[in-house]
Design a protein around this ligand. Structure first.
Ligand code: SF4
Length: 346
């Protein structure tokens, strides 16, 4: 009954989400998956968008408890890509057909607002028709404004948990859910295609936390949502914690496609790390985006947010080729487009 209600109405109450997450059967999951696929095809057809991911710095001033590259971790070999190295990644990516570049990094004070603006302008100056996504954490409104004016199109900032108590169990005191949420609303206001998201199965997460995530996302109305299973990193306090569940991650991908039908929804690398066919399963559950890595292979292993991350040894072209074969194997088509969110087509 809850499944039908979710499909008909496009949302549930908090109590209903909790019940659904506690009691869902494989049949429920399959029904939700079918509906999610219908909706994905309505807005995106068989297309799968690709984003070229450039992990340009693994320095970070923060210490999120789950993160392998948190500032305190002395075992990480730190690196920063130079402007030339970043532009070289873009050149390789452009030639491989990527029309979106995602610049992702820790919150690295070396990359001041001015340096980020310079990078965005340099990329836009060379590849006018590309889209640039920034994924560099919490900044001031003024900084976001400068990035937007320089030409950045999109911003990814996972909210991580919309449940106050849970957020505190994953982050040190100086990081607050309130600020995270404010950043997301500011990004939307500034006209960024805005992405939020969370991990499935992170330590202390309950179904109530997940229900709060779903309600918050419906309220935020983002253009993108990235979710992936929690995978522990050996140098964190969560090293011994269980991984998130593949089954539940796939269920939540379908639920997200139903409650926010037009969003861009990636089949994440973490999903591919948890299961050899995780990304294909993610696409078959309602996802429509993949993010192969364009970072130089020499630094890939150093950007280890969690253990055993896949694709750390492959050249960009190999990653793209591998993903293309995977996507075609499930009857979809990897396209060379900017891949704007269907939310913008309203
Ligand atoms: S999750 Fe992001 S902000 Fe938090 S420590 Fe890791 S890189 Fe830094």
């Amino acid at each position: 009954m809850l499944v039908k209600k979710l499909i008909d109405q496009g949302y549930l109450s908090k109590e209903e989400y909790i019940l659904l997450l506690e009691q869902y059967t494989q049949e429920d999951k399959e029904q939700l998956r079918k509906r999610a696929l219908e909706l994905k095809e309505k807005y995106y057809g068989k297309k799968v968008y690709t984003r070229g991911l450039i992990e340009f710095t693994n320095y970070c001033k923060n210490n999120c408890f789950y993160c392998g590259i948190q500032g305190k971790n002395k075992n990480v070999e730190r690196y920063r890509l130079s402007m030339d190295e970043i532009l070289e990644c873009c050149q390789i990516g452009w030639n491989l057909g990527f029309r979106t570049f995602v610049l992702q990094g820790g919150e690295d004070p070396y990359f001041t607002d001015e340096r980020i603006v310079e990078i965005v302008k340099a990329i836009k100056g060379t590849y006018e028709n590309c889209a640039i996504t920034l994924s560099i954490g919490e900044k001031s409104y003024e900084a976001y404004k400068k990035f937007r004016e320089a030409g950045a199109d999109r911003y990814l900032l996972r909210h991580e948990s919309a449940n106050e108590d849970h957020y505190k169990k994953l982050h040190p005191e100086e990081m607050t859910l309130q600020n995270r949420k404010e950043c997301l609303y500011q990004l939307k206001e500034l006209g960024f295609e805005t992405g939020a998201g969370f991990m499935v199965g992170s330590p202390y997460q309950t179904n109530e936390c997940l229900a709060d995530d779903l309600i918050f996302l419906k309220e935020l109305q983002p253009h993108m949502v990235g979710i992936g299973p929690f995978i522990p990193h050996h140098d964190t306090i969560f090293a011994q914690q269980e991984k998130g569940s593949l089954d539940k991650t796939l269920l939540l991908i379908s639920v997200l496609r139903i409650i926010l039908p037009k969003i861009n929804l990636p089949a994440t690398t973490a999903l591919g790390t948890l299961d050899a066919k995780g990304r294909e399963k993610g696409i078959q559950a309602g996802a429509n985006v993949v993010m192969p890595n364009l970072s130089p292979t020499s630094v890939r292993k150093k950007y280890e947010l969690y253990d055993n991350k896949i694709c750390t040894g492959d050249e960009a072209a190999e990653c793209r080729g591998c993903l293309q074969r995977r996507i075609e194997s499930i009857g979809c088509e990897m396209v060379s487009e900017r891949g704007d969110s269907a939310v913008l087509r309203e």
